[in-house]
Design a protein around this ligand. Structure first.
Ligand code: ATP
Ligand code: SF4
Ligand code: MG
Length: 362
């Protein structure tokens, strides 16, 4: 059985505007996903695509408009009071900025033991013992318990936040840009730590990040979000080697290529424009206003999720109509843009522009 099952989740924010109007933002739209015990699901997408809201809805930190979130088979919508607190203790969240997650006037030991004080009846000695055990688990020293957050580096502070998230033996941790604020070498250390802890404790992660290179390293499977929708998901290797959705292809082509020889051949696909306003989303496929492959059908009807070879699913009309791919790799449909430095595509929508920029220095 899946540890976490999310089905057709919708989250809508309603805001009053300055001039008496109402703004309705559907931040999460018909999202379904699942995570197995011990599995890491990466969640990627541009800013504003709905990643954090999805994570928060799973932890019941924002109201769910419709759909279900089940943890070990139990629907979180139907639980209240003590049962909700128990479910919440099984799911924790680690945010981007460890400094703001920690009270600067409390010692690290007090911060880590806070969830223990709220949820568990423990003596002071038991609590101290548990705090020291958690500090060791995240690679810090037991004596660090008496220090304050300002005495730690950014990476160490994130370790403290991870220790606090582990205090109640959760089954799932939502890591929301948990390593994004760290420098590359510290990022690697914290990611390796998360991996070790996952293996040791059979934890699962929903790993939210905009850095696709980081997500690749840690995730078993990856889901790609655009404007509140999951547009593609699948095993990490398949998704990175043969993306099936044009948006995934664009995100991947923006990853810097470290090998100079491969970099010479690499071309970057730069998406034009920015993500549309979620309070006024485009009709049909949400990506059609920026997609170089867009066809007439794309502006008219929403593509349904279709299973693809190699594992996973994609929501794109290319798989079912037009230059039919029928589950084959998107690479088999070579856009003209791949052959030139900068080019306007002429597939069905003449106004759709894709830039293909060589990463080779001029
Ligand atoms: N509390 C809120 N009230 C109103 N709108 C909100 C609220 N929280 C998020 N939104 C909107 O919902 C959409 C999705 O936001 P979300 O923070 O989930 O995106 P994200 O993918 O996590 O972006 P980022 O990468 O910048 O963190 C955005 O348009 C955002 O402005
Ligand atoms: S459905 Fe159409 S617009 Fe949407 S990603 Fe596929 S080709 Fe592009
Ligand atoms: Mg976010």
């Amino acid at each position: 059985m899946a540890l976490l099952e999310v089905e057709r989740l919708q989250v809508t924010f309603r805001k009053h505007t300055l001039f008496g109007g109402r703004r309705v933002v559907r931040a999460v739209n018909d999202v379904s996903l699942h995570i197995a015990p011990g599995e890491t699901l990466g969640l990627v997408g541009e800013s504003g695509s709905g990643k954090s809201t999805t994570g928060r809805a799973i932890l019941k930190l924002v109201p769910i408009e419709s759909g279900t979130v089940r943890i070990e088979g139990q629907d979180i919508a139907s639980v209240r009071g003590k049962a909700l607190r128990t479910i919440r203790s099984q799911m924790q969240m680690v945010f981007q900025d460890p400094y703001s997650s920690l009270d600067p006037s409390s010692t690290i030991g007090a911060s880590i033991s806070e969830p223990l004080r709220v949820h568990r009846a423990m003596t002071r000695a038991q609590m101290r013992e548990r705090v020291e055990e958690l500090l060791e688990l995240v690679g810090l020293r037991p004596s660090h318990a008496d220090r304050y957050p300002y005495e730690f580096s950014g990476g160490q502070r994130q370790r403290v936040v991870i220790a606090r998230a582990l205090a109640l033996n959760p089954r799932l941790i939502v890591c929301d840009e948990a390593v994004s604020a760290l420098d590359v070498s510290t990022q690697n250390q914290v990611i390796n730590l998360l991996e070790d802890i996952r293996e040791k404790l059979s934890l699962s992660y929903l790993f939210i990040a905009h850095d696709l290179a980081v997500v690749r390293h840690i995730s078993h499977r990856v889901a790609v979000m655009y404007l509140g929708h999951i547009v593609e998901s699948g095993p990490t290797q398949r998704l990175y080697q043969s993306p099936a959705h044009p948006y995934t292809q664009a995100l991947l082509s923006a990853i810097p290529v470290p090998n100079p020889r491969k970099r010479d051949q690499a071309r970057r696909m730069v998406l034009q424009g920015s993500i549309p306003d979620p309070s006024n989303p485009p009709s049909g496929c949400p990506f059609h206003t920026r997609c170089p492959y867009a066809m007439d059908v794309c502006g008219q009807s929403m593509p349904q999720m279709t299973p693809i070879d190699g594992g996973g699913e994609v929501a794109c009309h290319l798989q079912t109509s037009g230059p039919t791919l029928g589950g084959r790799c998107l690479d088999e449909l070579t856009p003209p843009a791949r052959q030139t430095e900068v080019l306007e595509t002429t597939t069905a929508r003449p106004d759709a522009v894709i830039k293909c920029v060589s990463t080779q220095p001029a």
